[in-house]
Design a protein. Structure first.
Length: 279
């Protein structure tokens, strides 16, 4: 299985001792100058600094210290409720699977640990993947997602996932179509506030684009309620307006928590994911 890689970066410094790719607060072998200290505290004569030693008022031998690059934990917390099984121009879970395969592989290539938590009303045991550095972890989760048929009637399990995340600050991708109450979203983002969160919004353009005038049979995948709609011009405009309002509500909620969403509509584009971090 060929997996596309994308590149991510942190706007904050990692605080783990395990060497990796990201800027950190840890002192160690690296190229980012940190300062000077006594050779008694950092016994490495290779970093002896003659000028700093001559200037030291306590006449101690000074050595240069550097910040090392460190690894972080990268986690995906994914909504696997029934609405994520929607299939129009694409199947949302297939788009999620492509994203997760790429994320797991990208974390492996970067030297970071990867974890996955799939939730509906609870965390699903078959989609509970603890932190690891295995190359096949992301693609294996993707394989399960391609085969999965969701039935959960809500997404409250996303709130429970926070307790299983690492204690140290991590990069967390919150993946969902976000078709749940704003109050629940606020609770989830508050629970994840100790981490750097990237909301990944998965939508299908068939949900957004209103069909031409006629009769439409619609069904709520989570409640199972079916309705027959006559797509009058006024109703079509109401549907468009409702979608615009939902997007505005989501964006306002994300902005209020200092976040910005990555929108994946119909497909996963690794270049767009990279641009999210570097654009």
């Amino acid at each position: 299985m060929e997996v596309d890689e994308f590149h991510y970066q942190l706007e904050w410094r990692a605080n783990t001792s395990h060497p990796g790719h990201h800027r950190s607060h840890q002192t160690g072998s690296g190229f980012e100058f940190r300062g000077h200290t006594s050779i008694l505290r950092a016994p490495d004569p290779r970093r002896f600094d003659a000028l700093a030693s001559l200037r030291d008022p306590f006449e101690q031998i000074q050595v240069r210290t550097y910040n090392q690059r460190s690894a972080v934990s990268v986690c995906a917390v994914a909504d696997l409720s029934a609405s994520m099984g929607f299939e129009g121009r694409c199947r949302k879970l297939d788009v999620l699977a492509d994203f997760v395969a790429s994320l797991g592989y990208s974390a492996y290539r970067t030297g970071d640990r990867f974890a996955f938590f799939g939730c509906d009303s609870q965390i699903l045991s078959e989609f509970f993947v603890p932190l690891n550095r295995t190359k096949a972890s992301g693609p294996e989760v993707a394989r399960r997602l391609h085969e999965y048929r969701p039935t959960g009637n809500n997404s409250s399990g996303l709130l429970d996932a926070a307790q299983y995340l690492p204690k140290l600050r991590s990069l967390v991708f919150l993946c969902s179509d976000f078709y749940f109450p704003p109050s629940l979203l606020t609770q989830i983002l508050t629970a994840l506030s100790a981490h750097s969160v990237v909301p990944v919004v998965l939508w299908d353009s068939a949900e957004i684009e209103v069909p031409p005038r006629g009769i439409a049979l619609v069904r709520d995948p989570e409640s199972g309620v079916r309705r027959t709609l006559w797509l009058r011009p006024a109703l079509r405009e109401r549907i468009r307006s409702a979608h615009r309002e939902r997007r505005e509500t989501l964006d306002k909620c994300f902005v209020s928590h200092g976040l910005r969403a990555l929108h994946l509509i119909d497909r996963f584009d690794p270049e767009r994911a990279t641009q999210y971090f570097y654009g």
